[in-house]
Write a protein that binds this ligand. Structure first.
Ligand code: GRF
Length: 196
């Protein structure tokens, strides 16, 4: 499979996905790393790893999400992508884009879905007094953070945790979970995995 990765920030998940696709026998290869922010740190990291990059700044499109996403799709298809990994991509995608890529697009979300869809997941888990938190890889469907779950990893919430300390602990697990889920999905496996 030809995998494109969409990001908005530093791209730590992208780095792990690209590294994992270099492993022997991996059924996917990275063909593009693209951002909605031309200044995203992940673009330089992808270039350093020898992966083609691109950027479509969403700001000139204003409220015309469909036009922005049409440009994304054009670039993705020009690169030959047939599988998309959203990895710290911070733009909400419209139903049109999701329907076009449905069944071929994954996302990682920093909570144990179905809990805490949306933003500020760690602060919400802390405020709720949860004993644990974690991350979820799921197929992207039109409803936000709602598609079939492909994998989850859990971490304990420790006394004194802040959203930042919890996010750092979860991020370590994201870097284990997402590559494992990508490899299985690209190989056609659909049963979810639950890391200890
Ligand atoms: C991570 O917390 C991930 O869960 C969320 O974006 C954050 C940053 O990811 N989707 P990255 O370091 O840019 O991969």
């Amino acid at each position: 499979r030809s995998c494109a990765i969409l990001l908005s920030g530093g791209g730590s998940n992208m780095v792990q996905l690209v590294k994992s696709m270099a492993e022997a026998g991996h059924p996917a290869r990275p063909v593009l790393v693209m951002s909605n922010d031309p200044g995203a740190g992940g673009l330089a990291r992808a270039q350093a790893m020898g992966v083609a990059t691109d950027a479509v700044d969403h700001r000139p499109f204003g409220k015309d999400r469909a036009a922005f996403e049409a440009e994304l799709t054009a670039r993705l298809e020009a690169a030959g992508a047939d599988l998309i990994c959203l990895a710290g991509f911070m733009r909400v995608l419209t139903e049109g884009f999701v329907r076009h890529w449905e069944g071929r697009m994954l996302n990682i979300h920093p909570s144990l879905l179905p809990k805490y869809r949306g933003l500020h997941t760690h602060a919400r888990a802390l405020d709720a007094g949860d004993a644990e938190a974690g991350c979820t890889v799921h197929e992207v469907t039109p409803a936000l953070d709602d598609g079939p779950i492909l994998g989850q990893a859990r971490v304990p919430i420790l006394s004194g945790d802040t959203p930042e300390s919890l996010a750092a602990r979860v991020l370590v697990r994201e870097h284990e979970l997402y590559p494992a889920c990508l490899r299985r999905f690209a190989a056609g496996e659909r049963h979810p995995i639950y890391l200890n």
